[in-house]
Design a protein around this ligand. Structure first.
Ligand SMILES: Nc1ncnc2c1ncn2[C@@H]1O[C@H](COP(=O)(O)OP(=O)(O)OP(=O)(O)O)[C@@H](O)[C@H]1O
Ligand SMILES: [Mg+2]
Length: 250
């Protein structure tokens, strides 16, 4: 479980996040939505052990985040894919796992790349891949690390809407199979509704989480869901909470 207790991060001139409380259960997929500059990346960096809280605590299965990170128990996917240009897709996927001191498993790396439609690009270099393909490699790289926790910061932010939808469907399918505890940051309300088991709405800066919404669809999460009434209603609910939280802060 990820336990975030009363976390505040204050930089010299701004308080990025204030008094954040959030518990994320094993295998849960939580989406975090909020306006630009409200502290989403800061929150993810604290959970990932890349930033220390000014007040409050974060633990991951009882450990400090930096301990989990160093043990290879956290997989990151950033907005920018951060692939190594001199390594192929397969080598990029394997590299992080090797760095974490875990035993190599080329068959699993290949099969994950195939499961996101990259069968023919296993030996391609990042410069030969489209933006969407690079993000797929970055997600596979994080999954191949076989960490229990996945932290994603707007991984589809720079992609066109169609690719974004397709990757969302793939990510949700992977989640149902792999059951990683997942935290996914996005600007996009429809994306937050589609992906999450729960959505946390962050207020305008300094970011606070005053509302989380449970998301449960009777239909399977594929592109068919986009047209359903229950999905549209979920999107509207999150959007309303987002507007409320921004207005409350002004
Ligand atoms: N290392 C830092 N030093 C000083 N201020 C920082 C630092 N990192 C973030 N901030 C400030 O903290 C606030 C929150 O930034 P953060 O990047 O977490 O927002 P965000 O919600 O991720 O925004 P976006 O949606 O645009 O990515 C901003 O005012 C930013 O300027
Ligand atoms: Mg950010």
């Amino acid at each position: 479980m990820i336990a975030i207790d009363d976390v505040t991060v204050a930089f010299e001139t701004v308080t990025a996040i204030a008094d954040i409380d959030l518990q994320i259960q094993p295998s849960e997929f939580v989406t975090i939505v909020g306006p630009s500059g409200c502290g989403k990346t800061t929150l993810l960096r604290v959970i990932g052990g890349l930033e220390s809280p000014t007040a409050g605590t974060v633990t991951i299965d009882g450990n400090e985040p930096a301990v989990s990170r160093d043990a290879g128990d956290l997989g990151f996917v950033f907005q920018d894919h951060t692939l190594l240009p001199w390594k192929t897709a397969l080598e990029n996927v394997q590299f992080l796992r090797r760095m974490a001191g875990k035993p190599p498993d080329e068959a699993q790396a290949r099969s994950l790349l195939e499961s996101v439609g990259l069968d023919e690009f296993v030996d391609a270099y990042p410069r030969e891949l489209s933006g969407g393909m690079k993000q797929r490699v970055a997600i596979v790289r994080a999954l191949h690390l076989d960490a229990d926790v996945l932290l994603l910061d707007e991984p589809f932010g720079a992609l066109d809407e169609l690719t974004r939808d397709q990757l969302g469907v793939e990510l949700r399918r992977l989640h149902e199979r792999e059951q990683k505890t997942t935290l996914f940051i996005t600007h996009s309300v429809p994306e937050a509704a589609f992906l999450g088991d729960r959505c946390a709405v962050v207020t305008d800066a300094p970011g606070r989480i005053e509302t989380t919404l449970e998301i449960d669809f009777s239909d399977q999460r594929d592109t068919e869901l986009f047209g359903s009434v229950e999905y549209q209603k979920q999107v509207a609910d999150i959007r309303r909470k987002l507007y409320d939280s921004v207005e409350d802060g002004r």
